[in-house]
Design a protein around this ligand. Sequence first.
Ligand SMILES: [Zn+2]
Length: 429
Amino acid sequence: MKAGGPGSCVTGTVARPAVLDMVIVSSGERRHRIRSAVRQLSFLRGTSSEDADAMLAAREAACAHRSTNAPDGTELAAELGRRPRLESVQTAGFSPQTQRLWNFDRTTELELVEELLFQLAEFVGVKSLPQACVKALVERVASCYQENTYHCFTHACDVTISAFVLLTKYGGAEYLCPIDSITLVVSALMHDVGHPGNTNAFEKQTQSEIVRAYGEDGTYERMHLDVAKRILSSADCNIFKAAGFSEEEQLWALDLLEYVVLGTDLSIHFNVMHEWQAMFARTTAVEGGNRDGKGEVAQASCLQEGDLNEEMRKALVRMMMKASDLGCCAKPWPVARHWGERLVEESRRHEQDESARGMTTSTAAIPTGSVTHTSQHQLNFHLKIVNPIFAAVVDVLPPFQIGMAQALHNTENWKRMAEGEEPVAVPDL
Ligand SMILES: [Zn+2]
């Protein structure tokens, strides 16, 4: 059996983090542990100060436990040093349901992503995750993102958080091995690394250096993957090795990383959706996505634990990656609108660059900046791409129907604005 296969899941005894309170010995117990962990992870449950206190206390306890092997208390001191920043993230109202816009400084973004990786490692039962490696990896990745309007490190943070939430709050980790979950979040963090803020079509049209290096198909995605693999191959950033995964699992992780990063290329979106339909029994609309997100979706997953062979695990991780990449569309309207407008703004800048060069625009579908055109573009994007992907995820992870419902409300608002009407306030679902 190939490394990372269902039989090779890392389910051995782990050091006992207080936040999870677990010892994993079987997949059944792992499932139970994950469910109980979801209930404990205040990180995911909104913003009450009680939740924040509970999380921080749990983190301190977990850290104190780990620091018993660090006589000088270095690790504990470092952990406590993060507390103020994490607390500020909590009190600033960060959560998938928050209506506030993201406005954290870079240092806080780095701390937050590092914290997510530690929490995920504990969540899936990874025995150790050296802080130095996590810090080096996150900082290296951040330094390789460009300051684009949309495809920037903040977008990477947003996608990483969405992946983390799909795995934890919405139960995705129940169907995966630990190496899959870690790889998904690492992929989310790195999936747009090095993005220059243009498009594959632009690179092809200009026969740029990037096209010459990476080819005309999935140009950026192949570039992101190349940069990601180079970062991961450096000794101080090899998180898969540092986390204690076997060599076979490390190879599996790199294969999976390639599969999901290349899968974010929207030019192959319909192929990906057709492959998904062929693989998973329940029908998911490839185009349309007209469910209301409340009453028409099944309450049970179309999967049973243990159902997934390796190809299905890869497909599930890829679909969760695609959904995470579009995660902002499942957030409350002010946040979703903010990201939608940033994407259009980046595309418009690119279009102006093309015009200045006397080129035919490669983004004819991108509007000229009017509210109506921007909204029509976003409406089409939701109907053809976003909602079908979310519907596919809901089939496997029914709790995500709350995200689907939010996305459908946002779709309605884009439709209203495309028709010249005002958006309506969307209730916090
Ligand atoms: Zn992206």
